[in-house]
Each structure stands twice: as structure tokens, then as C-alpha cells.
Design a protein around this ligand. Structure first.
Ligand code: F6P
Length: 746
């Protein structure tokens, strides 16, 4: 029906134009052909007159007209010559004529008719062309010869021409109409398939290119939607107080209870076999888990992760699922099993020996092995299968976490084209040159560009990513809207600084008072009363700047020997990726350095200047240490964000304690009241540590109060909320586009 209407819109004006053309062209053509034929007959008459002139002149010299009559009779045998007459020039007398000459056609009438633009007369036998031609003698014109030539065949020819012309115009019309119909059909199909693509959910990932007349409208619509989105995003800024309830509300309203699936390598709860044969539940030392877990508690859904605990298999149901948190179930954890070879290749190999040093640029060489890459791809496919298996709808919201799954977004997109895929890259993104050394740089970028939204901690990392895509892929980058369109999939690249859950008043009330924390910590580490304490809390990773901070401690003690015996630095380092040589060497190096510093500055009886605790600590134990410390050192050489800095701030409800923060951690962009340092600059770090230990309580309070305000507002619910708000608006846009297309199609 729509096709027919669309075609009629083209065809009707075309047919009307053709009819008007035919109406005007046929009489015009008629007149023209008659004029051409009349001119031909005139020339022919002229020829006949010239031929007969001499004979007529001779015949006129004789008194008898018999010779003249014979001459005319012979001439009139020409089938086109209907009649001949001869008029005298002076008295208009008809001197001689053939038998068929019309009796009522006087000489002057014949002359008048011949002078007309269309010298045609209707006589008894039909239409005749009238021509009057001079008969010349040596002395000049002596008479006028009137030739009446048959014109009926001309009328017939002109009728034929008219017929041909009408046939020609009709044929032409038919051909043009046919072409129009074909073009309209093709373009209509373009529309229909475009609309279908949208209905299949490809509208967002494959921008529709509406044909011809609707293209400007669609472009306009898209522009307008984007402007509205920008306004909307601005309006969703700081004003909204983000907490678990706000996030739940967002999911219920803006996302209408849509299904949320998280995919990460690290699982939030690890079941391990205990020495006594029982099972213990561990919480991993992971910034990612710290951030995503409260979000999952708020929005339920399913979290898919690698089941890495020694008792993980015995804690799941037959579908490899279990409800967590244990004892207070709020969402589903779905475990994916990997063989030791797969874990080695995908996690230790490609992710942690390749991508981790590649993105951190912390002077450890990335290692890229073909076999690791194969495992990385294979495991990604396994997780993509798990996402498809867990999805209850065709358009879930899938939150893909981190560098372990760069290929996953495109794999999910291929199987669930309508899914909204939010990928968050928890580590830094390097500049194009650094990234360029990865042999599979194109594949990684292509995988990530299957995402609807790709998030980084900072604007700087977004910029690096856009430049990297620009360097290595043929993609359309719109800096104004921060989007990349690759193979007709649009990815929105944005910074979402990750954070922690701000402790609730109940949680804060459950904490031990600061004095008690100090006392317990002092006891644990053998600190003397009043001994100053600085801490570092990290995974045992070479990117964390542990070595550099120990050098700073050593330098401070060198510069300020009065602090020897009065100051201790405690480094909590959770073992991580220990099966990798680089990490083992690093740990050994730190242990040696600690031993050397203690040897150098140990005071005999009291606590040593540095204490290394290479153990995993649960959250409560960390809170106690955070609350006991005078200063916390976060000196990462490069860090996406660093949540230890935010945890320390959250723990300091007494508004005391000083944060020393690396300028190369993403957190430095937000936590500006911290003492910001260059971790490579040992002297500066040593002086800053000294400054922290001597900072007056009032200044500590002022700084800490501001820092707490920032972390409270810019909490993890805001991080997730902003991403989900963006997901919501993109889903909304997709729906509006679908509706508009459906409307214009119907
Ligand atoms: O920094 C990236 C990250 O995934 C963090 O989110 C997390 O703290 C850490 O790496 C965890 O590493 P892993 O899971 O290898 O122990």
C-alpha cells in the first residue's frame, strides 16, 4: 500500500506532464509538417511551370488553343497534379484549363489562395494545394499558370506523423514510468530494510541511511535527539545525590527494570577449601570488585565471572549459579570454569603479561605470545556464550569489565544485536605509539568497538583511545559527541571516574573508635606509644610504586634521623599473580629492600622502620589500619583510578590523617586536597612524607573534610548511575528512531 502511494506520488505528475506535452505537441507538429509539404509542393509547381513555360509561350502565339489543351492534358497525367489553369496577367481571364479545374475558381481567387500561409483549398475531389507560377517568355512574364496539386495524401501523412508522435510520447511515458517505479521500489526497499534492521535492534549499532527525500529529516532528527541528550546529561550532573536507592530508582524508571548482566574475570566471592576441611568465603583484593559489587546488590541481575576458588565448584547449583552475598542473597553469581592452561594463556599470559604492562607503561616490557592470544580469544568466546545463555531478554544491559575482555563486546554484539553493551576499561589507555606495539591492536580495538558505551576513568584515557582508533582503524570519529562509528556500529566513549560505596551511618557507627584502632594496630606491629605510622595498602604489583615509596621512606630517615625509632611504615601487600616471574622478582626485590632499610635504621628494641605484610586483608581489618595511620601513601607509577586512596578517606570519619597521592593515578584528578607527588622523585616524596607527619591537625581536618565531601558525592553509585543514565538515553534514542521510522513507514 505504501509502495503504491509512494509510486503514485511520482507517477501522477509524470503522466499529467506527458498528457500536456502530447496536447501541445500534436497540433504544433501538424502545422509544421503541413508547412513543410506546402513548401515542397510550391517547389514542385515551380519546376512544372519552368518546364512548361516555353511550350506555353509557343502555344499562345498560335490562335488555336488546341495545342495548349493537349499540353495541359499531358501534364495533368501526373497523378499529383489535379488541375491546371492559365490566367492572363492583365485582365485575369482564365485562358485555358484542364477538365478537373474547379469552375468557380477565378484567377484572382486562385492568386489570393496561393498567397495564404497555408495555400490549401477544399474542392470536390478533396483538398488541393494552390500554386500560381509565372510563365516566362524572352520578353518577360506573359501569363500565370495555376497548378492545383493533390493535398489529401499530405493530410494522411500528417495523420500518420500524429499517430507516430502519440505512440512515441506514450512509449516514452511508459519507459519513464517504469524507471520511476523501479527506482521507487528500490529506494522503498532500502527504507523497509532499514526499518527492519532497526526493528532487529540494529538501528543503534548500524545507523540507518534513509533514502532520498527522508535523509535530511532523519539527520535532523538524530541531531535534535543528540542535543536533547546533551541537555539531559548536563541536567543529570551533580544535583542527583547518588546512592543505592537512587540507582534502584533509575533502573525501575529510566531502564524499566531491564536485565543487567555483569561480566568480569574476578568473582566477588571466592569459596576456598580451608585447612580444617571446611569452606571459607574470601573477598578478593580488587578495585573492580569493590566498585561493582554494591552496584549489583542494588540492581540484582547476574554476575558472570571465572570460578577461581578451590571450593567454588561445590558451592554452585547444576547451572553453575549461586545466590550471593552468602547469607543475604541479592543477585546471582554465575561461574565459568577454565582449565589451568586456559587460565595461564588468557589471564596470566595475554591479559597480565601483555595488556597490563602495555597499558600501564610502567617500564616492564609487555610479552605477547601467539598461544596466549589464542587462549584469550577462546576464553572470550566462552564468556560470550555464558552471556547469551544467561540473558533472559534479547536486549539486556551487559556491563563488560576490564582488559580481560577486550574482544567480548563484539562477540556479544554478534549474538545479541539489540543488547546495550557498556564496557569499562579499569586500567589506563596508553597513547597510540605505546599501544601500537601490540601485534593484535586492530582486533582489540575492533572488539571494544562492539560496545554501545566504552568508559574510562579519565578524559585523558578517552582521548588516547580516540587517537588510537584514529591511528589504526578506518572509523568515523565525532569528537563533538565523543562517538566512534566503526562498521556502522556507534560507540560512545566517555569518562566515568570509578569510586567506592560511601559507608552508611550504620557502618560508620560499627567501626571501632580511632583511638582503639591505633591501640590495636600499635599492639599488632609493636609500635611504641606515640610512634608515627604511615601505611601503604596495595596488591603486590610493580605498577603501585611500592619500591619508590620505600626509597622515599629511607631518604626521609636519612634526612631526619630524629624520626628513627619514632616512625614506622607498614606496607600491606596482597599477593597477586604470583605465578608470574615478574611479580615474584618484584616481591623478592621489595623484601630485600625492606630488610636493607631495617638493617640500616633499625633501632634495636622497638618496631622496625618498615614492616612488610604480604597478606590479603579483609575489609574490616583494612579499616582498622586506615583509621590508625597518620599518613597513607598511594604512589602508583600509573593507575587507572586507585580506590585505596578513596577507601582511606572514607575510613577517616575523624577528619584526620594525610593522603599522599601519585599524580599518575586517575584519583589525583579528583582528590586535589591530597598531597600530590611524583613517585619517581624520591626527594620530593621524602619531603612530602615528612610534611604529612608534621601537618597541623587543623590543616589535616580542612583537607580531609574536603576530600570526604568529594568521595561522598562522587561515589560508586554515581559512577554506575551515570553509565546507566547514558545507556538509558541511548536505548531511548533507539526506540524513538524506531518509532519515527515505523510512523513514516505506516
Ligand atoms: O586495576 C585493574 C584491576 O582489574 C582492578 O580493578 C583490580 O584491582 C585488579 O586489576 C585486580 O587484578 P586481579 O583480578 O588480576 O587480581
Amino acid at each position: 500500500m505504501n509502495t503504491l502511494r509512494l509510486q503514485l506520488r511520482f507517477l501522477l505528475p509524470l503522466l499529467v506532464t506527458l498528457a500536456v506535452a502530447a496536447y501541445l505537441a500534436v497540433p504544433l507538429m501538424d502545422r509544421l509538417t503541413q508547412r513543410w509539404f506546402a513548401r515542397d509542393l510550391n517547389l514542385r509547381g515551380e519546376l512544372v511551370a519552368n518546364t512548361l513555360s516555353d511550350s506555353i509561350a509557343d502555344a499562345l502565339k498560335t490562335p488555336s488553343r488546341g495545342r495548349l489543351a493537349g499540353l495541359f492534358r499531358r501534364a495533368a497525367k501526373d497523378e499529383r497534379l489535379v488541375a491546371i489553369g492559365l490566367c492572363s496577367r492583365d485582365d485575369n481571364e482564365l485562358l485555358q484549363h484542364t477538365e478537373n479545374y474547379p469552375p468557380d475558381l477565378a484567377c484572382q481567387d486562385a492568386r489570393a489562395a496561393a498567397a495564404m500561409p497555408s495555400p490549401v483549398l477544399q474542392i470536390e475531389g478533396g483538398p488541393v494545394h494552390v500554386g500560381v507560377h509565372q510563365v516566362m517568355s524572352e520578353s518577360g512574364p506573359i501569363a500565370d499558370l495555376v497548378l492545383l496539386q493533390d493535398f489529401s495524401y499530405i493530410g494522411k501523412r500528417s495523420q500518420d506523423t500524429r499517430k507516430y508522435l502519440i505512440v512515441l510520447i506514450t512509449a516514452l511515458g511508459a519507459v519513464i514510468a517504469l524507471i520511476t517505479v523501479v527506482v521507487a521500489q528500490l529506494s522503498w526497499r532500502g527504507w523497509v530494510s532499514g526499518a527492519r534492521a532497526l526493528l532487529r535492534g540494529e538501528g543503534l549499532i548500524r545507523p540507518i541511511t534513509p533514502p532520498g527525500e527522508l535523509a535530511p529529516l532523519a539527520a535532523d532528527l538524530r541531531m535534535r535527539l543528540r542535543d536533547l541528550e546533551d541537555e539531559y546529561r548536563r541536567s543529570m550532573g551533580l544535583e542527583v545525590p547518588w546512592n543505592a536507592e537512587a540507582l534502584r530508582l533509575l533502573l525501575r524508571t529510566k531502564l524499566r527494570g531491564d536485565e543487567v548482566i555483569v561480566v568480569s574475570n574476578r568473582e566477588p566471592y571466592i569459596h576456598d577449601r580451608a585447612a580444617d576441611g571446611g569452606v571459607v568465603v574470601r573477598h578478593p583484593a580488587s578495585g573492580l570488585v569493590t566498585a561493582v559489587e554494591p552496584v549489583m546488590r542494588a540492581c540484582s541481575g547476574t554476575w558472570i565471572a571465572h570460578g577461581s576458588g578451590t571450593a567454588d565448584r561445590q558451592s554452585v547449583d547444576s547451572h553453575d549459579r549461586l545466590r550471593v552475598p552468602p547469607g543475604d542473597p541479592m543477585y546471582t553469581l554465575r561461574r565459568v570454569w577454565l582449565t589451568p592452561e586456559e587460565e595461564q594463556g588468557y589471564y596470566y599470559g595475554f591479559a597480565n603479561e601483555g595488556l597490563w604492562p602495555l597499558c600501564h607503561v610502567a617500564h616492564v616490557r609487555p610479552v605477547f605470545r601467539e598461544s596466549d592470544w589464542d587462549f584469550y580469544r577462546k576464553v572470550s568466546q566462552r564468556f560470550a556464550d555464558a552471556v547469551v545463555a544467561e540473558a533472559r531478554s534479547e536486549d539486556p544491559i551487559v556491563l563488560v569489565q576490564d582488559y580481560h575482555f577486550a574482544l567480548l563486546p563484539a562477540m556479544i554484539r554478534a549474538r545479541l544485536p539489540k543488547a546495550t553493551i557498556l564496557t569499562f576499561w579499569h586500567i589506563p589507555w596508553p597513547n597510540p605509539e605505546s599501544f601500537g606495539i601490540c601485534p593484535w591492536r586492530r582486533e582489540i580495538l575492533e572488539g571494544l568497538l562492539g560496545s554501545t558505551i566504552l568508559g574510562f576513568h579519565t578524559q585523558y584515557h578517552c582521548k588516547n583511545f580516540l587517537e588510537t582508533v584514529d591511528r589504526y582503524l578506518e572509523a568515523r570519529i565525532e569528537h563533538e559527541h565523543s562517538t566512534i562509528t566503526f562498521r556502522r556500529t556507534e560507540t560512545y566513549v566517555e569518562s566515568y571516574p570509578i569510586s567506592i560505596e560511601w559507608p552508611s551511618p550504620e557502618q560508620q557507627a560499627s567501626w571501632r573508635p580511632v583511638e582503639e584502632c591505633r591501640a590495636r594496630t600499635a599492639k599488632r606491629f609493636g609500635l611504641a606509644p606515640g610512634q608515627r605510622l604511615a601505611i601503604g595498602v596495595d596488591r603486590f604489583d610493580y605498577t603501585k610504586g611500592i619500591l619508590e615509596r620505600l626509597h622515599a621512606v629511607e631518604r626521609m630517615l636519612e634526612k631526619h634521623p630524629e624520626l628513627i625509632g619514632a616512625f614506622t611504615f607498614v606496607q600491606i601487600a596482597a599477593p597477586t599473580r604470583s605465578s608470574l616471574e615478574e611479580y615474584r622478582f618484584f616481591q623478592e626485590r621489595i623484601e630485600r629492600l625492606c630488610a636493607r632499610i631495617n638493617e640500616r635504621f633499625g633501632s634495636g628494641g622497638g618496631a622496625p622502620p618498615v614492616i612488610l605484610v604480604a597478606e590479603h586483608h579483609e575489609h574490616d581489618a583494612l579499616m582498622e589500619i586506615y583509621r590508625a595511620a597518620d599518613a597513607c601513601l598511594v604512589t602508583s607509577l600509573h593507575d587507572g583510578m586507585n580506590l585505596v586512596s578513596k577507601e582511606f578517606i572514607a575510613a577517616r570519619s575523624d577528619e584526620q590523617g594525610v593522603l599522599i597521592l601519585s599524580r599518575f593515578a586517575g584519583a589525583a584528578r579528583e582528590l586535589t586536597e591530597a598531597l600530590i607527588v611524583n613517585p619517581y622523585h624520591v626527594e620530593e616524596c621524602a619531603d612530602t612524607l615528612y610534611q604529612a607527619l608534621h601537618m597541623p591537625p587543623a590543616e589535616q581536618r580542612e583537607r580531609m573534610a574536603n576530600l570526604r565531601q568529594t568521595v561522598r558525592e562522587f561515589n560508586v553509585y554515581r559512577w554506575a548511575g551515570r553509565m546507566l543514565v547514558d545507556a538509558g538515553r541511548l536505548r531511548q534514542r533507539q526506540r524513538i528512531e524506531e518509532r519515527v521510522l515505523r510512523h513514516s513507514a505506516g
